[in-house]
Design a protein around this ligand. Structure first.
Ligand code: PGA
Length: 241
């Protein structure tokens, strides 16, 4: 399974280093075999040789150039970062990234062979308008996205569940993930208010291959507990699939 932490605009470089060393120790001491990612702020990325994969929360589709405030593959290469989050709801809704721009970014990082965690999710008013409206909204977030890219990891994160403490019902998560499963063979993560106390239940659901966690992962002990849940659940799921 895949367990990923998105720090957003939290933790300093010093705090990230502390976090990472505790996380590595936990993974080592407990013989964890799950795939673990952290997405620190751009100022807190490291060249890192351990078990934890460090990804970038955002990067511009460029090698370098005149894009004030952005970073490109030259800066990522310096720290051997090979994983990028694309399409996160905060980039779509707070920072105004359009589907066209997101698809260009996806295409660029795909051409450069990066692992991409590609996020989709509907706002509350769309969910309230019914299943077919919701599915066509989610389809619109797949426009221009190669769903068969071998380094794709898909993350379903309903906007109304992010940072709110509210999650969809288990049935809703399963039905959505099952619909997405028909579109690709990529691993499908659930994200949105995953915490140490609900991770186990969510990770156990059919067609959930992992979790993308924001605020619930800021405490490294909580994140480790979710990794531990994933480790324990994986075997059961393989038997039941
Ligand atoms: P949250 O955020 O866990 O704080 O809801 C998840 C995300 O935005 O990836």
């Amino acid at each position: 399974m895949i367990v990923a932490a998105n720090f957003k605009t939290n933790l300093t470089r010093y705090q990230t280093r502390e976090y990472l060393s505790r996380l590595e120790a936990f993974i080592h001491d407990n013989n964890i075999s799950q795939e673990v990612f952290i997405f620190p702020t751009a100022t807190s990325i490291y060249s890192h040789a351990g078990k934890v994969n460090i990804g970038i929360q955002n990067a511009y589709p460029t090698k370098n150039g005149a894009f004030t405030g952005e970073i490109g593959t030259d800066q990522l290469d310096e720290f051997e970062i090979r994983t990028v989050l694309i399409g996160h709801s905060e980039r779509r809704h707070v920072l105004g990234e359009t589907q066209e721009f997101i698809a260009n970014k996806y295409q660029f990082y795909k051409e450069h062979g990066y692992k991409i965690i590609y996020c989709i999710g509907e706002p509350l008013e769309v969910r309230k308008s019914g299943t077919s409206e919701m599915m066509s909204y989610l389809d619109s977030q797949l426009v221009g996205i190669d769903m068969h890219y071998e380094n794709l990891i898909l993350a379903y994160e309903p906007v109304w569940a992010i940072g709110t403490g509210v999650t969809p019902t288990n049935e809703d998560i399963v039905s959505l993930h099952s619909a997405l499963r028909r579109t690709c063979t990529a691993s499908i993560l659930y994200g949105g208010s995953v915490k140490a106390d609900n991770a186990k239940e969510i990770l156990s659901l059919k067609n959930v291959d992992g979790i993308l966690v924001g605020s619930g992962a800021l405490d490294v002990d909580d994140f480790c507990s979710m990794i531990n849940d994933a480790e324990n659940i994986k075997l059961n799921k393989e038997i039941n699939r």
